[in-house]
Design a protein. Sequence first.
Lengths: 204, 148
Amino acid sequence: MRLVAAAFLLAAIAGCAEAPPKPKALAPTEMVTVVPGPTGHVGAVVVRARDGERVLDQAFVAHRVKSDGSTETVAVTRESVHAIFAETVNALPGRPATFTLYFLEGKDEFTPASKAELDKVFGELRRRPAPDILVIGHTDTVGTLAFNDKLSLARADRVRDMLVGLGMDRERIQSAGRGKRELLVPTDDNVAEPRNRRVEISVR
Amino acid sequence: MRKSLFAVAAFIAALPAFASTDVGVVKVSQGPVQIEREGRSVPATVGMAVRASDTLRTGANGSAGVTFADNSLVSVGPNTVFTIDKYRFDSTTHAGEFEGSLKKGKLAAVSGKMVKQTPESMKIRTPSSVMAVRGTEFVVSVEDAPAP
């Protein structure tokens, strides 16, 4: 309401200076800010517009576009961001939970510790609305990239079949193979490392 | 009997069956939320798959949250119009691109594996700007200016 009054006032002032006053369409107001994650990590967003580029890399420093098109980058309070975005942030889906499982050497069977981890997967599934699973296979660095891509996907597919056998709906499980791209224990190429031969189960 | 069979069929239909064109799943839907696809508009229900070029539209008390294939999370608040312009993700290499447009309303996002692999591969457009995401969590609003 006060803004409307101010707009009229501005129009009136403008009218005095240069007649006749033209009604000007007001652009939408915009705001963007990065916010800390659950662990306190703060990332960065680059805002590109006609008047240049700004890197926002501090929590609660907002870039604003006002209705006259002018912009400002200002510190805002956590409370003011919360007041504007509470409903929106509350609608964010639960963060994906990841479980890592290992096979007994040369066998199609999980290690005892991994069997316990599998119970946690089922617990996590029960907690989520419309849960789905991504099974991601990883290998060590023995062999070529293409060979390991194939091997890791085959391993993920096998775990997918095991989960289906345990009662999971096949439609809700996808598999992926990352090959040797994401080593848990960094090694040189062509190094056998059991801890890198693993399967991740991401419940989302 | 017929009724229970129907219930089972409805339950199966509601499960998120992945099609190759699906890019994410609705995990949260509160109040009025519609998904517009190919000129049609359907209420967004939890478990429903979303696709590239879908538009999420919420009413006065509506909000919704989507988990995408690369684990990026996007939620929209009340009175929001958000379109998924592009979405592509390779689950082996983690290469991809995610472009969305916030025409009006509010959005919160947590970037996923794609941005971790390639910073700025996720972009959110507003009427005036493009936000290139380096990570991880951010909020954006676009509100109509008061009528002059």
